[in-house]
Design a protein around this ligand. Structure first.
Ligand code: ATP
Ligand code: ZN
Ligand code: MG
Length: 305
């Protein structure tokens, strides 16, 4: 790593270098051509690693049915992170009031009502109801490759904690054995991928940022059961290393929730491996410098081959 930087200072560096483009809102940035290409290269690297597995490639918009979010259990654990889409639902008089409120700088959102859409919090969420609707999984289970813009309401000056970011995921569905074997294999593959990029990393058991006092119980249980691992890279000085990859075992939570069954009729188990593309890109920029054309040849070869 180069010189010591406060989290906020790394954001300032990325903005000054023109890699991130400010929008005036913390955690919401545009991307330069250089950063965008890097994100695409990282996405391509994941594709190359996953190629031989024959995952089914599915893509969904960055919004999902609000009903899916409600059923998923996300609001139980993370009401503070969820985003819902609202739209105007008034008459002409309400519209005149809205315009007057805007004009006078008052709150104009009185007639905004929830639509049937919510924002995707993790790329894998749309996968479970979609697969469940097809009927039982085939023998051997399923493997899906998915990617999405994701939203989490966690505004921050840490450039690694965005409100809108890109997540690539591989999702394995099947028996407990199939799903656990998948996760074990990707823990190794993920580590090797990050080591080829010459980034220092550790893998640790982790828990999700569950809300409130009840959340502490869920977090402890998740960690004790080893349901979540994170691959961490030191990026921000004076802060804990940053989770760049996550490996989650949901047991049969999504199988039961969405009625997704195995070929033999049991509730399917599932696991996902998630790649935070911006976090990986920022880790590379932090460790190898802000100009990818001057990175070590060995690192460039992994991404530009
Ligand atoms: P953290 O522990 O840092 O809050 P997380 O455990 O909530 O992250 P996951 O829910 O496992 O993260 O999400 C999968 C991946 O998406 C993470 O490994 C990370 O790389 C990325 N990610 C999560 N939250 C953000 C964010 N706010 N900004 C950018 N990337 C993120
Ligand atoms: Zn997932
Ligand atoms: Mg985490």
């Amino acid at each position: 790593m180069t010189t010591a930087l406060a989290p906020d200072a790394l954001l300032e560096e990325l903005l000054a270098a023109g890699l991130f483009l400010s929008t005036g809102v913390d955690g919401l940035y545009g991307r330069s051509a250089v950063l965008e290409e890097l994100l695409e290269r990282l996405d391509g690297l994941v594709s190359a690693l996953a190629a031989e597995d024959g995952a089914e490639r599915l893509r969904f918009p960055p919004a999902l049915p609000r009903r899916t979010l409600e059923r998923s259990g996300y609001l139980k654990g993370f009401p503070h992170l969820a985003g819902t889409v609202h739209a105007f639902a008034g008459d002409e008089r309400d519209h005149r009031e809205l315009l007057a409120a805007l004009e006078e700088g008052r709150d104009w959102t009185r007639c905004q009502r929830p639509t049937e859409l919510a924002l995707v919090p993790a790329a894998c969420y749309p996968v479970y109801p979609t697969l469940a609707a097809r009927g039982p999984l085939p023998a051997g289970g399923g493997l899906v490759d998915v990617a999405s813009w994701c939203f989490r309401h966690e505004p921050s000056r840490e450039p690694t904690r965005l409100q809108v970011f890109r997540m690539r995921e591989l999702v394995r569905l099947g028996t407990p054995e199939e799903v656990r074997a998948f996760r074990a294999a990707w823990l190794e593959r993920g580590r090797r991928m990050v080591e080829r990029l010459a980034l220092p990393c550790t893998i640790e058991t982790a828990h999700d940022p569950f809300f409130g006092r009840g959340g502490r119980v869920m977090a402890t249980s998740q960690k004790d059961q080893g349901l979540k691992f994170e691959l961490l890279v030191p990026i921000l000085d004076g802060a804990q290393p940053t989770a760049c990859l996550s490996f989650n075992y949901h047991q049969d939570h999504f199988g039961r929730t969405f009625g997704l069954r195995t070929a033999t009729g049991e509730a399917a188990h599932s696991a996902c491996v998630g790649f935070g593309l911006e976090r990986l890109a920022i880790a590379l920029l932090r460790h190898h410098g802000l100009a990818p054309e001057r990175w070590p040849r060995s690192v460039r070869a992994v991404l530009w081959s």
